[in-house]
Every structure is written in C-alpha cells, then in structure tokens.
Design a binder for this molecule. Structure first.
Ligand code: ZN
Ligand code: ZN
Length: 301
C-alpha cells in the first residue's frame, strides 16, 4: 500500500503545491482523501486510474478540499468507470453534489453512494474499519482512522511435520479454523501458527488545531497524515484560524505514539523556503516528513 500526495497546499494552489488531495493506493483499489480543485489534473501526472478509485473520504466542505469533486466524478464516468463509487463526508455533501450534478446536467453511468458521517461512529468498508471523529477547525471537519484486519500467522510447517501432519487441504483448514482433527486427534490450530500479523493502522486528519480527537484517532498508528499550515512564527495565527503549525502536528504524533508523521496542507507563503517546517516538527517528533506534490510513501500492508 502507499500514500500518494496529489495536492499538499493550503487554501489556494501555488505553482508548487495544488490544493488538498491524497490517494491511498492498494493493489485492489484506490481511495482518495479530499478532492480539491484540479485533483483530476494532478491525477493525469500520477499512476492513479480514476476508474480504480472506489472511495473518497471528504474531511470537510471547505472549497480547497471539495471543489475538484464534480469534475473528478464526471471524468471517472467518461473514462469507463462503471463500478460503484462511495463518498464519505460531512452533512451537506449529498445536497451539494445533487444540486451540482442536476444543474449541470451531469449523468453518471455508475452507482454513487454518499454516506454522511457522524463523529464517534465506525464504518466497515472494503475490509477496513473506519473511525470518524470531529476535529477543531471553526467549521465542521472530520478525521478518519483506518484499521486493517489482523491477519492469521504463518503456518509452522516444521512443527506440523514433527506431528506427521501432511501438507494438503488440511493446511488451509488450520489457517481458517480454531481447531482441526487428524487421524482421530483434535489439535488447536494456534499451536501450529506463528504470531498473528497486526493490521495496518492509519489516520488522515482534516484541517484542525491540536485537539484531543486528533490524539484519539492517531493513537498508535503506523502513519499519521496531519496538516501543517504554518511555521512556529505563526502559532497564534494558526490557533485563531483553526489550523496547526508543523511543530504542533509533531506534538500530536508524539502524544499519540504514532510511528511516522506526514505533513501536508502547507501555506503558500512558504513557497521555496519551507525547510524549516520539517525541522521544527523534527525537534518534537524525529519521524516527521514534509510532503510535496507527487510524493509517494510506502505503508506496510
Ligand atoms: Zn484546507
Ligand atoms: Zn478548512
């Protein structure tokens, strides 16, 4: 799996950074988090195939996070996307999309599901558990925690052989069931399996000042994606406008004991002089990385 950053700028686009959108690419499907204006143009310069996008998570309804949505979903139809598209997002999303599609006479040839989320709820989606919570942004904004399922451990073939248990269909049964029978003896499957592999844990948060919900969503994650709109010098300004500095994002990653922090949503005021954002974050949380457009980051599947 990998994160692919399509747009890493805050508020408005610059030549270096487009507005918000991040893809999570999985061998079977691609998810998008937010879809700012011109996301579909960014996709043209990426390995992402619009028809493979199965799900879009919208963190909040500010224009820099959603103005690319109508264009993307109609292009997806034109590019032979025929499979279902599910969009998760705040209340109001359905109304806005319905009106936009209606007045522009846009017809989608695939089923479109809009799920308006609520804080504190969890959703089962495509083999993952999604937890939603409300952040603090002076506007309703959500963060998403994504958890993969724990996988059964590897078969301990040497131990099976010691017990004279031959390979074949029985091995599959051992992985699927708690116990199994061989030559009249009942065995516990766990005795022949290595330790289970924990599922991947990720958090992608929308615009926010530092808050408790962010820490909860990011608790123990492999990767936290957090906004870093401003540098230390603008800390007060960040708080006033419901945003975070890179250092504050790092504070959240540290408190949540995340393993890695990816910083995005950077103000256009730092164009070509933004190295200090990553430096400031690393003073608090060394595993901090400032993303740029078209950067990809591997995530353990
Ligand atoms: Zn924003
Ligand atoms: Zn916003």
């Amino acid at each position: 799996m990998e994160f692919y950053f399509l747009g890493t700028g805050a508020g408005m686009p610059s030549k270096q950074r487009n507005v918000s959108s991040i893809a999570l690419m999985h061998p079977k499907m691609t998810w998008l988090f937010d879809c700012g204006e011109a996301t579909q143009h960014q996709i043209l310069h990426s390995p992402i195939k619009p028809r493979k996008v199965s799900t879009i998570f919208i963190t909040h309804l500010h224009g820099d996070h959603i103005f690319g949505l109508p264009g993307f979903i109609s292009t997806r139809a034109a590019l032979e996307g025929t499979t279902r598209l599910t969009i998760y997002g705040p209340k109001g999303l359905q109304e806005w999309l319905d009106a936009t599609l209606r007045v522009t006479g846009t017809y989608l040839r695939y089923p479109l599901d809009v799920i308006e989320v609520e804080a504190g709820k969890t959703y089962e989606h495509e083999g993952f558990t999604i937890t939603v919570d409300a952040l603090e942004h002076r506007f309703l904004a959500y963060g998403y925690r994504i958890e993969g399922r724990q996988e059964t451990g590897m078969l301990l073939v040497d131990r099976l052989k010691e017990h004279g248990i031959p390979s074949g269909p029985l091995y599959k049964q051992i992985k699927q069931n708690e116990s199994f029978e061989f030559e009249g003896v009942l065995y516990e499957s766990a005795d022949f399996l290595g330790s289970p592999k924990p599922g991947v844990k990720l958090a992608v948060l929308g615009d926010t000042t530092p808050c408790e919900a962010s820490i909860r969503l990011a608790q123990g994650v492999d990767v936290l994606v957090h906004e870093a709109t401003f540098a230390d010098t603008e800390t007060e300004h960040a708080g006033r406008f419901g945003h975070s500095t890179a250092r504050q994002a790092a504070g959240i990653a540290k408190q949540a004991e995340a393993k890695k922090l990816l910083l995005t949503h950077v103000s256009a005021r730092y164009v070509e002089q933004e190295d200090h954002l990553e430096r400031e974050a690393r003073e608090v949380f060394p595993e901090s990385y400032l993303m740029v457009d078209h950067q990809s980051v591997q995530v353990k599947a």
